[in-house]
Design a binder for this molecule. Sequence first.
Ligand SMILES: [Cu+2]
Length: 692
Amino acid sequence: MLRRAPMMTLTVLALGLLLPAAAPVRAADEEIDRLLQGPVGKDWVTNGGDLTNQRYSTLKQIDTGNVKQLKGAWMTRLKGSGFGGKYSFEATPLVKDGIMYIVTGNDDVFALNAKTGEFLWERWSGIDQKLTSVCCGWDNRGLAMGEGMLFLGQLDANVAALDIKTGKEVWKTPIEVWQDGYGITSAPLYYDGIVYSGITGGEYGVRGRLTALDAKTGKILWRWYTLPAPGDVGGNSWPAGTDHYLHGGATIWNTPALDPQLGLVYFSVGNCGPDYDGSIREGDNLFCASVVALKAKTGEYAWHFQEVHHDIWDYDAASPALLFDTVINGQPRKGIAQAGRTGWVYILDRTDGKPLIGVEERAVPQEPRQKTAKTQPYPIGDAIVPQCAQPLEGYERAGCIFEVFWEEPTLIQPSGIGGTNWSPMSYNPDTGYFYVPGTIRTSAFARYGDQYKKGKQYNGGTQAAPIGSEMSGTWTAIHGTTNKIGWQKNVPYRVGSGGGSSTTAGGLVFHGDPGGTIQARDAKTGEMLWQFQTGFGAEATPMVYEADGDEYVAIAAGGNQGVGSANGDAVWAFSLKGQVNPLYPPPPPATVAGPATGPIAEGADTVKIGDNNIEFGYFPKRTRVKAGTAITFTNVGDTPHTATAFDNGKIGSWDTGVLNSGESKTITFDKPGNYYYICSPHPWMYGQVIVE
Ligand SMILES: [Cu+2]
C-alpha cells in the first residue's frame, strides 16, 4: 500500500505532461467574453444583457426618485423595415461603444448612433417575401456580437454573420431550408468562439435542435436534437418503431444562457407536434416543453427537466431560461428559472436540473384516447395567472390546467399562449424578484388529427379564445427563494407574448405595453412611476445603456401579431436630458376575443384573407348576406390560411380547408344564423357571417 502511492503520483504527473491541450487557450474575443460574463454596465452586448439572461443593469443614474423626468432622447423610424401586417417587432437592441444595433421582423439590421439615433449603416436581408413557414408573425428577437461581427438567425433558416463596422455579410450558413417548415426567430448567443442558435417550426412537423457554429467561419460544429432518436437519451419516451423523432417539433424560440464555470449551455424547448393530438405519440415525449443543459463545448447531454409531460395544450417552454445565484436555507445555490406557458416559474438547480424549491408530481385528469400522462409537475409556489377557465354558454366542458379534451371543444386556462409565452422575464439581485409578464386568456381546445406533410402546418387540432371572452395580463414579482408572489399588477392587455422586462440597480423595472407605452415600476412594490407613449405597440423588451456618461433606456416599438397591437418601425431611447415628447396613442389591441367590433359589410359575398397589408385578418371581417348566398374566401396574403367554423361549442362544422396564397374556396350559407369563424393555424383571426 505504502509503496503504491508514489507510483500513482508519478502516473498522474506523466499524464499531465502528455496533455498539452489542457493549457489555457486564448479566447477569440476576450473583451466580449468578459462583458458577457457580466454584470451589465455601460454596454449591452447580448440579447439577455449577459450570459445569464437576467436583463439586469448595474446603471443607476436613473432611479425611483428621478425616473418621472425621463423623456425621449431620440426616436428613429427604421425606413419601413418590418412595418406591416405580417410583422412583430420584439428585438432587444444591443449597444457597444456608443453604437446601437437592431434587427426588425424582416431580418433587416441597422446600426444607429446610440446618442442621436442617426443611421450609421443598414443591411437589408432580401429574404423571400413568400415564406410560408412562419407560424406566428414575421419576427426576429435580436442579435449577438463577437470577433468584430454581428450574428443573426433568419426566417429562412440561415444564420448569418455581418461585419460590425459595415453590415456587410461575412458568412451565411443554412441550418435547414424554410420550405421544409424551418425558420429562426430567436436571437443567437455568442460566447468563446461559438454561436449558438435555436430553430423554429414546431407547428410544421420539424426536428428541433440547438446548433453550434464556429463564429469565425460559420461552420457547424455540432447539433443537439431536441427529439431523441430511438436509442438516444429520452428516445424511449416516444412510441417504439415510429419516426416522430423526425417531425415531433420541440423547437427553440429563445436565446440560451451559459455558465462558463460549469461549462453548460441552457435553453428552453417548445411544444410537441402535432400540438393538440397526443393519440399518436404515447409517452412523455422528451424533450418537448423542457429546460435542457448541454456541455457548452461539445453539445453533450448534461440534464433536462420536463415542465409538461406529453404536452397536448401547446404549453411550450418559450421564454428564455435565466441563471441566478441565491441562498436557500443558508446554502448558496446556483439557480436557473424559466417562466412557462403554464403560468408557473420553474426554479431549478443549474448544476443538475433538480428543483431548487420543490416540484410535486400530481395526478391529473385522464383521456385515454389522448394517451395523457398520469401525473404532471406542479411547482411549489404561486402561479402568475389564473389556472381555471370560467364556464361559458355554449360550452359543455370547462376545466383547469391539464384538463383533457378530445373532439368536443373544452375551455381551459391558461390557453396555449400563456401564462408566459415568448416574453422574457428579468431578475434583480437587489430585490431577489423575477419580473414576469403574464397573459390571461382562455382557449377552447379541440383535437381533430393531422397527417404529416413536409412543410405544412401539423397541429392536430386548434385552440381559440371563445367569442366574447375577456383577455388581459399581469405583471408579477416572483421571489427567487420561495417562488411566491411579492407583488402583482393586473394590466389591460396580454403582455406574455412579446415584450418582457428589464431591471436596474436604480430600483426600477422597465417594460413595454401593447397599448403603446413604455413603463417604469418600482422594483420593490410594483408601483408605476413613469409611462411614456411611443405611438406604436411597445412589445419588445427594453434595455439599458450608457453613452458619454448619460444613462439611456431603449425599446423597439412595432407591435405584435399575436396580440394585435399597432404595427410600427420605431426605436426609442430615453434619458434624463431627453427633449422629445410622446406621440398620440395608437389603436388599442382587443381585450375581448372575436370580431364583435367594427363595421358590417352589407351583402358582401367575397372575403379576402391577408388583404390591405394585414396578413392575419379577414376583409371584410363581418358581412351580412341573405340565406342561400355563396361566399368566396380568397387568400390574397403570403401565408396559408383557413376560414374554419367557430360557433361557440363547435369547431369546423364548415371549413375552407387550407388556402395557399392565391387560392379560393366558396361556401354556401343556406340557413339564417350567426356564423363565426377563425383561421385554424392562426386562431387569433376572427370573422363573422350574419345570414338573414
Ligand atoms: Cu391564418
